[in-house]
Unconditional design. Structure first.
Length: 226
């Protein structure tokens, strides 16, 4: 069978993606390991959820290929546990006993795909490629938000106050009135904010404020003096 490689790695993610396989059938685990290695992916194989949990999740783009029926904790139960623990590794479910209720529960739980054994190698590779791309995008987004938060933390308390009001839609004059400042002082602060947040336009600053959810904190933000 002709195999297609998952989507090409971006420059921002040069590390080899990892596929975590959890299945109590050793022959299937090994077959999947060979399949993933054949397209340049690293595979880590486990016979149960407890065995998987003895190891940390990879710090690179990854996904989890998870059997529904496992000794101890089932695949569906582990999917729910991951969601409750705020672990966002994409999951591909597989089963030899699939039925509609199982597949609906898996997909509602956020599974990328639900494959019934025996499945085509290409179907598994397609699902894994999609899952790894999803995880890479999530990691890139998380990194960008962390950098945005770091820049926001570099602002003075007064600058954070002004940024929150500006991104909420207030004009300089309104911000000045709200904070008891002169309009020129607000303009100077805005210039500092734009530079520290590394944005070039008000629209970019508003988008940064939305990403940081500043509108939720504006009402409870303590007022500073000066």
């Amino acid at each position: 069978m002709t195999q297609r490689r998952p989507s090409k790695l971006t420059d921002a993610a040069l590390e080899t993606p990892v596929v975590l396989v959890v299945d109590d059938d050793p022959s299937l685990r090994e077959a999947l390991g060979r399949l993933f290695r054949s397209v340049g992916l690293e595979s880590r194989l486990f016979s149960s959820v407890p065995e998987l949990l003895l190891h940390k999740f990879p710090a690179v783009a990854c996904c989890l290929v998870l059997d529904i029926r496992l000794p101890g904790v089932s695949g569906l139960d582990f999917q729910a546990q991951m969601a409750n623990s705020n672990i966002h590794v994409p999951i591909i479910m597989m089963t030899g006993h699939g039925d509609i209720p199982m597949s609906v529960r898996a997909m509602k739980g956020g599974a990328v795909d639900f494959l019934t054994k025996p499945f085509r190698d290409q179907d598994m590779l397609d699902a894994v490629g999609q899952a790894i791309e999803r995880d890479r995008n999530r990691r890139d987004s998380d990194k960008a938000l962390a950098e945005l938060r770091e820049r926001f933390e570099s602002l003075t308390p007064r600058e954070r106050e002004i940024m929150a009001l500006v991104t909420a839609g207030l004009m300089n004059k309104q911000v000045a009135g709200e904070l008891g400042l002169s309009e020129i002082t607000v303009k100077i602060h805005r210039g500092h904010i734009m530079r520290k947040m590394t944005v070039r336009s008000l629209a970019d600053l508003v988008r940064a404020g939305e990403a940081l959810e500043l509108h939720r904190a504006t009402k409870s933000m303590p007022r500073t003096s000066g």
